[in-house]
Ligand binder design. Structure first.
Ligand SMILES: C[S@@+](CC[C@H](N)C(=O)[O-])C[C@H]1O[C@@H](n2cnc3c(N)ncnc32)[C@H](O)[C@@H]1O
Length: 291
């Protein structure tokens, strides 16, 4: 468990309102946030979710470090209430989600998230069927363009989709490296950012249904939280952040939540220097005010 969690101090300070409470870490990953919270609050307990098989294996290998204070559930957080009810939990004191992929998932070339992978997969949960390879090799040009535009805000979505459809007449696009090359033939490298970033992001969000999962989690949470309980969501791109902002605003209008972070929380300069990947993180926090 060695992932550097994003904004760990801010998460502890904003999430925990009850030092003896029960908390949910929806995105356990490498356990960075969970460990930080357990170390800071000696009497809290955590139920952790993560749908990734590797994460689940690592959790059970290292479970003894957590001294019985964490229960792990390998499931999609979109079904959070259903799975909590199965273990007789109907109310909790806080819900945390640190969205997206972990550094371990990104760095693991056999998962197909990174530009240099020699496969094309991108599933966070390998029990799901749909892979990036299937989408890239079978979807129509229009459908590909829609995915790239909707989930990546890629302005060259149509040209990239056409280039993919043309290229797959002569070969199977079965690695991230090949996909990246096709994108580069349409969008030249210009500056620091890889021109394939938006298409890769779009595919990952689509395959893992990331926005729908987030919406389902946000819909379930008010009924889960005790009064005074808090929800903290860390997002990494504007599509997610917009959904969180809208949900908190709606619940605040209906006097279900009080918005705690009037100004969005972002990592300090020092944190960004130490952990460059944290640079686009944004945290919003709300508190349940209604019974
Ligand atoms: C950014 S990482 C979390 C890192 C973690 N906070 C830490 O400090 O180690 C996101 C994790 O959430 C998991 N995840 C993403 N969407 C999920 C979902 N819908 N259900 C369950 N787990 C999910 C991913 O598999 C990944 O391990």
């Amino acid at each position: 468990m060695n992932h550097i969690p994003v904004m760990p101090l801010e998460v502890s300070n904003y999430l925990v309102n009850n030092p003896n409470g029960l908390y949910i870490d929806c995105t356990f990953g490498d356990g960075g946030h969970t460990l930080h919270l357990l170390n800071n609050f000696k009497n809290i307990k955590i139920i952790a979710f993560d749908w990734d098989e590797d994460v689940s294996k690592r959790f059970f290998e290292e479970e003894n470090l957590l001294k019985g204070r964490v229960i792990f559930i390998r499931e999609n957080f979109k079904n959070i209430r259903k799975f909590l009810l199965k273990i007789n939990v109907s109310k909790v004191d806080g819900v945390l989600a640190d969205l997206g992929v972990s550094s371990k998932q990104l760095g693991n070339l056999v998962r197909g998230f990174s530009f240099n992978s020699d496969i094309l997969d991108m599933r966070m949960d390998n029990r799901n069927k749909l892979t990036a390879k299937e989408i890239i090799n079978s979807y129509s040009s229009e459908d590909l363009a829609d995915i790239f535009y909707t989930y990546g805000e890629e302005y060259k979505s149509r040209q990239i989709a056409k280039a993919i459809v043309l290229r797959r007449k002569t070969m199977i696009i079965d690695t991230a490296i090949k996909l990246q090359e096709i994108i580069h033939s349409v969008k030249r490298i210009n500056g620091k950012k890889n021109p394939a970033t938006k298409v890769f992001q779009a595919l990952r969000i689509f395959i893992n249904n990331e926005l729908k999962n987030l919406e389902a989690l946000l819909l379930d949470t008010p009924r889960l939280l005790n009064t005074g309980g808090r929800i903290a969501i860390i997002s990494f791109h504007s599509l997610e952040d917009r959904i969180v902002k809208k949900n908190f605003k709606h619940n605040s209008n209906y006097k279900v939540y009080k918005i705690i972070t009037k100004k969005i929380i972002t990592p300090s300069k020092k944190e960004i220097q130490n952990n460059y990947k944290s640079r686009s993180a944004k945290m919003r926090v709300a508190e349940k005010i209604n019974v």
